[in-house]
Design a binder for this molecule. Structure first.
Ligand SMILES: [Zn+2]
Length: 754
């Protein structure tokens, strides 16, 4: 269904959205503000109750034999059902609006009593019907149907007067007794409509007979043998002319598929829409390639013209308010997405509307000469419409199951639904795989119903890819990401990108992981790169040898997103100053440094080695806030000796910068130390000796002529010692003091005697 919400109350918003998204059709993409309620035709949130015991039987055949006239919602005739009891039944219940008059009900040829109430019909069964029983029901009824299930009127623009049914989502019961369970498709139907000539009646399947009736009437007998959901049987009567096309999908060559169009019998109007109607064959041929052969090729496709505000994908014959190219593409796409495979519940309307909307894109993309817009413009407009509100999921929550404004939200079910199919195609990174997955899904669920989970499983099986993130973020999740990117060149052959993301609905979807395309623009030519974003502020280093001048996020509109800030070189690598170390009396080392431009620093790593060993990491310091900061770090090695340190700064671009290596003596290892005091001295001096090992130590004083003028030898303990050196008998002048330690190391100091 499309554009059904176009109505006077939402006229302006519908036209504005339309102008952006679908310039060729006369209405489109109404926001959830627009609904049939606004048009006096559809309640946003309907009051609805359904008796679960209706699912005790399976409906498999429908026969409608009705009379209707263009311009009137009065309908009369019979509805026949064939049903099979799935379990014992003591009553048969159908849905049928109370305003319609039910004259009589027959089951297996026997007239039955019945009750009406709550828009249901209750038929007691006595005796109880056993499981497996076949029931043949006939309902005789008449009445003027409500305007939310049957549309009638005239179109001044086309000269058409019409009456048309539209049952999606809960309105089949407005015009015939129905069981509105998505899971119960009928196998076949015969729909006979009698109307006054020269009017015609369009419906599902093949027109097998036209039988004249008294009073200048004609009965149009339509017959379909394809399974069909409860909301897809339909009819339209109007002053139609017939126009035929034929589609020729390669799969059935040289056969062709009939396209039967019932259009207002007005040559001027017909000439104005013929060009677009003639696009239907190439669209069928395209989708037959992409999704598998047109599902109902044994019967027909077609259009029937009626003022329903938009389009409705009635199986094998869509009802059309107008004939815009994208509307034609959309309703045709539904023949696969909605009709052959139907959403199993309205929660998953995506499988109908998201995909039918994406069919518009596919037609524009593959057959651009048939459109005035481009695929890029089209998808860009879709994204802009989605992002006009920060929240909302494609998935319809249970609380909105009777809110038709939400189920058929143009922004969420149609536009976001379409955009995320495009995203899925991008994730596949392989169009063959993507379309194979779509064909597999169609094949697996044809003539049946499916949920998004079923679809997910088929795509995962086909592709081997896990789609948990995709569905959690884009289908069940809400909102969209905004990207902020910092980029800079690293050397002359790499570009570094820091990718930051904020989201519009962070309480529901805080992050959108996954593949993204980025275009690095340059006067030397743009470069498109593919990134797999797994966390926020992720750094990507990419080989790149041009001079960049910008980044374009998602240049091909694969993903709903906005671009925030794109900053080039906004960051300079950190600079470490005043890098120093000192030994402390507790045998540890205190390291200190200051840092400038540390805005992007991830951490500082302290590396240590003793003597000739390899550097190892011995500590990590995280940066404090601010561009400039001072740090200190204390480290106590478990081995003695000279310590060597260097500091590694790591920033979030992956840049790793080392400080110079500094060395420090071990504060706890005794070192040989010789100190003479006072110096110069008059009559004696003291020698301060700090020695690492105990043993015999010699010292002697040599004058400037090389003569030994004093010597002494003594056993000294390790550590600090003080010995006295007598000078009173020596001449004034320069002397050399030689000290020979127990380890035979020799120290020489100058001494001046006054
Ligand atoms: Zn639709």
């Amino acid at each position: 269904m499309k554009n059904i919400f176009l109505a006077s109350f939402c006229f302006f918003s519908a036209i504005l959205t339309q102008a952006q998204i679908n310039p060729e059709s006369d209405s489109d993409g109404c926001s959830q503000k627009c609904s049939r309620a606004n048009a006096g035709q559809m309640q946003q949130r309907i009051s609805y109750y359904q008796y679960p015991s209706m699912d005790k039987y399976d409906l498999h055949y429908l026969k409608l034999d009705l009379s209707a006239e263009p311009g009137s919602r009065f309908i009369s005739g019979t509805a026949g059902w064939k049903a099979r009891a799935k379990e014992p039944m003591d009553s048969f219940i159908m849905e049928f609006k109370n305003n319609m008059v039910l004259d009589s009900v027959y089951i297996n040829g026997v007239k039955k009593t019945f009750q009406r109430g709550s828009d249901h019909v209750f038929i007691p069964l006595s005796p109880t019907v056993s499981a497996g029983s076949e029931l043949d029901l006939t309902f005789y009824y008449q009445g003027t149907a409500n305007s939310n299930g049957v549309f009638s009127g005239s179109q001044s623009s086309s000269g058409l007067t019409y009456t048309a049914t539209l049952s999606e989502s809960y309105q089949a019961r407005e015009w015939f007794p129905a069981k509105q369970f998505l899971g119960d498709k009928i196998d076949s139907a015969d729909i006979w409509i009698t109307t006054t000539l020269p009017n015609k009646a369009g419906s599902n399947g093949l027109l097998v007979a036209q039988v004249p009736k008294p009073g200048n009437k004609m009965q149009y007998q339509w017959k379909t043998r394809y399974p069909m959901n409860y909301y897809l049987p339909h009819f339209s009567v109007g002053n139609y002319m017939e126009y035929l096309n034929y589609a020729k999908p390669a799969a059935i060559a040289p056969d062709s598929i009939l396209i039967q169009n019932y259009i207002s019998d007005n040559p001027t109007y017909f000439n104005s829409v013929k060009t677009n109607i003639d696009k239907t064959p190439p669209f069928i041929e395209l989708y037959s390639e992409q999704f598998g052969l047109y599902p109902f090729h044994e019967e027909k496709y077609g259009h029937v013209h009626a003022g329903i505000g938009g389009g409705m994908e009635h199986q094998t014959m869509s009802t059309m308010n107008s004939f815009g190219s994208t509307l034609i593409a959309h309703e045709l796409g539904h023949q696969w997405w909605g009709d052959q495979v139907t959403c199993a519940s309205w929660n998953h309307i995506w499988l109908n509307e998201g995909f039918a909307s994406y069919c518009e894109y596919l037609a524009i993309e593959s057959l651009p000469s048939l459109f005035t817009t481009t695929a890029a413009t089209y998808m860009n407009n879709v994204h802009n419409n989605v992002m006009s509100v920060n929240t909302g999921s494609v998935y319809v929550p249970d609380t909105d199951l009777y809110n038709e404004g939400r189920i058929f939200s143009g922004r969420l079910s149609y536009n976001k639904g379409s955009a995320i199919v495009h995203t899925l195609r991008f994730i596949m990174q392989d169009d063959n795989l993507f379309f194979q997955a779509l064909r597999n899904f169609q094949q697996q669920y044809k003539d049946s119903v499916a949920t998004a989970t079923d679809f997910k499983q088929v795509v995962e099986t086909t592709s081997g890819k896990n789609l948990d993130d995709y569905f959690n973020q884009w289908y069940y999740g809400e909102g969209f990401p905004t990207f902020n990117i910092t980029y800079l060149m690293q050397g002359v052959d790499s570009i570094v990108l820091v990718v930051n993301q904020t989201t519009s609905s962070p309480a529901v979807t805080p992050f959108f992981k996954g593949l993204y395309e980025l275009s690095i623009t340059s006067t030397q030519g743009d470069t498109t790169v593919l990134i797999n974003l797994e966390q926020n502020n992720q750094v990507f280093k990419i080989p790149y040898q041009k001079t960049p001048n910008g980044i374009v996020v998602d240049p091909n509109n694969w993903v709903i997103n906005r671009t925030g800030t794109i900053v080039f070189g906004g960051v300079i690598p950190v600079r470490v100053n005043n890098w120093k170390a000192e030994g402390l009396t507790d045998c540890s080392f205190k390291l200190q440094w200051t840092a400038e431009n540390q805005g992007t620093t991830e951490n500082y790593i302290i590396e240590y080695r003793a003597d000739s060993n390899q550097f190892v990491q011995v500590g990590e310091v995280l940066p404090v806030a601010g561009a400039t900061a001072s740090y200190q770090f204390t480290y106590q090695p478990n081995q003695s000796g000279t310590a060597y340190f260097r500091l590694l700064s790591v920033d979030r671009f992956g840049l790793r910068t080392y400080s110079p290596v500094i060395s420090v003596e071990d504060p706890c290892r005794p070192q040989t130390a010789v100190n003479i005091r006072p110096n110069p001295a008059i009559d004696h001096a003291e020698i301060l000796l700090n020695i690492p090992v105990a043993g015999n130590t010699q010292w002697r004083l040599v004058n400037s002529a090389g003569q030994v003028v004093y010597k002494e030898r003594r056993a000294l303990p390790a550590g600090r010692n003080t010995v006295t050196l007598p000078l009173q008998n020596l001449a004034a002048g320069m002397y050399t003091l030689e000290i020979i330690l127990p380890d035979q190391n020799r120290y020489i100091e100058k001494l001046i005697k006054k």
